[in-house]
Design a protein around this ligand. Sequence first.
Ligand SMILES: [Zn+2]
Length: 522
Amino acid sequence: MTTLLLTNARLAGASGPAVGAAAGLVDVLLDGGRIAAVTPTGAAGAGHAVVTGDVVDLDGRTVVPGLWDAHTHLTQWALVRHRLDVSWATSAAHAADLVRDRLRYAAAPAGGQPLVGYGFRWATWPDQPTAELLDAVAGEVPVVLLSGDLHSAWASTAGLRFLGIAHHPSGLLREEEWMPASPRIVTVEDDVADALVADAARAAAARGVVGVVDLEVDDNLTTWRRRVARGWDGLRVRAGVWEQHLDAVLDAGLRDGDPLLDPAAGPAATSDLVRQGPLKVISDGSLNTLTAYCFDPYGGAGHDGHDGHHGQVGHAAHGVLNVETDHLVPLMARAHAAGLRCAIHAIGDRANALALDAFAASGARGSVEHAQLLRREDVARFADLGVTASVQPEHAMDDRDVAEELWPGRTARAFPLAELRAAGVRLSLGSDAPVAPLDPWVAVAAAVTRSRDGREPWHPEQRIDVAAALAASTGGRPLHLAVGGPADLAVLDVDPLAPDADLRTMPVSGTLVAGRWTHRAL
Ligand SMILES: [Zn+2]
């Protein structure tokens, strides 16, 4: 394997005047997928003699370990990121403008797939939706917009063709015209999903992402073996397994971190980027649906605070527990005995307490996913049990108002990142894409500022510092580059530790996985 030398690189936090000779610039030599050397730029005896490949001048840009997203639903994200929200269009012409803007500022979907929009409400529009209106802004790109109630769709001429409809007087398909065509949009073939996921991986790489944990609700073993056999090279992936597919993973003898190779593909399938991830179990619901399982009843207007049923049938005042302890503990013990980690979804404080009980009882290793509301004593238990808190800081920005309403008086212990960190708990940041965008800089910014859109910080005492947020996004790797470690790197135009760095929009000019560029805009 040839080497790659990144010259005139800066290490994060090294941009201050106090740092060493030659303005703190270093050469980073990559060899065999690993970091072979980090030496001051221009120093005598540095690795130049052994450079057999490219030399890339980073011109003072900052190099950090590549970023991970610890919680994604990759196929869902790949589908949603191409969909366009037209719910706020006030006329057909306005909706067409939104389509035109989208195609102007973002690439059209790959593989001849349509641009799908959703949410339009045409009953109150002053003008008529027509295929011609969309043709004028989209040309040969197929466009299919779905109405808010999903009972009708509005297509361009190319969109109609995609739906298998040769001629239609207006392009507005209603009820019985639309229903037979709708599976063309709703059901996605494997080939299409794979192409969209590859595209989503390229977009993630453009944000400095080198790896994701994929918790898609799917037979991930089959899906990822297929993608590996087809030459997957986008990102490192840890593919989670759901209980209904656990036997297949155990039968294959796969332990945590083992490469998922397609046995039918033979030696062609040599990529080790995709590896076995954790058993995923959903133990409770969510805050917004009042189903996160809590010690105290939901509060706020319309929530009576008594056991029983709310307006939404079946949602008890304390939320819902999906998996009883006497099922969860043996399930986790079985996965643990087979060498798998466990990723237990728990949002409410009672679900978190029970998840920690289950880790203790089963001896399993792994993470609690979300950990949104925690009792003070359970924070310490995360540390004692060595359970990772896999958190999505941007959800705190999405849900701060609803949390104040539904968890009144309790939000001081909601998304308690600083408290977890102070207790020595290992944090992993993620997006839960498509719930939040697959962009670690969004998560890092939310964790560091507890603020978005200029609002005052929410419980600022729970902010963590940039170095901690980045460590929680790089698998706990320190911000300096470890010689001998994997050459998974992100090249940033701005030092993230600089006091004025805008983390949310961090410009990323390069990303390498195992020493290979997966994004390069230098
Ligand atoms: Zn999720």
